[in-house]
Design a protein around this ligand. Structure first.
Ligand SMILES: C[S@@+](CC[C@H](N)C(=O)[O-])C[C@H]1O[C@@H](n2cnc3c(N)ncnc32)[C@H](O)[C@@H]1O
Length: 291
């Protein structure tokens, strides 16, 4: 196992109406497409949703459906399937100790280093950004620390394989309940209540959106459509659902996309036993060597 702190999920036992052949094929397909280890998912609900897709797509049975999607990697059905297979849970300033570490140490350190080198460019990647809360939390920290922002060239790439989640992220409209982890003065500065809606919902300010670029990227793709090196990559609460091999491949690609001294932030229950010359700082923050 690559992320050694992970708890293995329940062993795959096919439900009565699903054969082990179907389950094996499903495992292969989800690993190939999303890097996912089916044993790390609760399968009962997943299989129920799949049954629904089998009916709605007009396929004969699950085997027929799986063979169809396996041979049709560009078919729109994959959109539904990716949505069923992935987990979108996220929140603003999730894993607060790590976010505070980012705010109080990592970002000020990057600012001091770039200033001393007379550089202004900073690139951050939130991959697996889900509905955008992680990217907007980052944007708030950037606005708080890098003032005046017009003197800096800072961009956040926020990506996910789930296109519907990215649409929500682009809109930047969130219910009040989901904003409980945002400090009061940040709420005042960076969010605006949407009075035209009966529910209590808030828009994120345009200034937060301006430095974020949302785009679909599947981390299982062999090459990522990025042309830059990153100062920080956040990949939190995503690798935990993946097979050891997929984790290893993705971490290898991140390694080559980080600046010397760049940071990789993983989720709190994710850990790199094989560090590939990453040095571990606090709160599951890993740093590449300076040169
Ligand atoms: C549990 S959410 C985590 C969101 C956020 N990083 C956080 O920690 O709150 C995991 C996200 O990873 C995305 N994801 C899963 N597999 C992916 C892949 N192969 N490529 C890109 N995104 C993926 C899912 O769609 C989902 O939005």
């Amino acid at each position: 196992m690559y992320l050694s702190e992970m708890q293995p999920g329940p062993k795959t036992v096919p439900p009565r109406n699903v054969s082990s052949k179907e389950l094996d094929l499903l495992s292969q397909i989800v690993e190939k497409r999303l890097g996912m280890d089916l044993n790390r998912r609760r399968q009962e609900r997943l299989l129920q949703m799949l049954e629904k897709r089998v009916k709605e797509s007009g396929r004969k049975d699950l085997m027929d459906y799986l063979n169809f999607v396996d041979f049709s990697p560009d078919h729109p059905e994959w959109r539904y399937l990716e949505e069923i297979l992935t987990i979108q849970k996220t929140e603003f300033f999730r894993e607060s100790s790590q976010m505070t570490y980012l705010q109080e140490e990592i970002l000020p350190e990057i600012k001091a280093k770039k200033s001393s080198q007379n550089q202004r460019k900073i690139r951050i990647w939130s991959c697996g950004c889900s509905t955008g809360e992680e990217a907007y939390s980052l944007s708030i920290l950037i606005h708080e620390i890098f003032q005046p922002l017009s003197e800096w060239d800072i961009k956040i790439l926020a990506s996910d394989v789930h296109r519907q989640a990215l649409e929500t992220a682009r809109k930047g409209l969130y219910p009040e309940d989901s904003l409980k982890t945002v400090k009061d003065d940040w709420m005042k500065r960076y969010f605006q209540e949407n009075h035209s809606d009966s529910e209590n919902v808030y828009f994120v300010a345009d200034i937060l959106k301006q430095i974020i670029h949302f785009r679909p990227i599947n981390l299982m793709d062999k090459r990522y459509p990025v042309k830059t090196l990153f100062d920080i990559i956040l990949c939190r609460n995503l690798l935990i659902y993946m097979t050891a091999l997929s984790q290893e491949q993705i971490i290898g690609r991140f390694r080559s996309l980080l600046e010397p001294g760049g940071y990789l932030l993983l989720g709190h229950s994710e850990y790199l036993p094989d560090r590939r010359d990453f040095q571990r700082n606090k709160f599951n923050v890993f740093q590449t060597p300076l040169n």
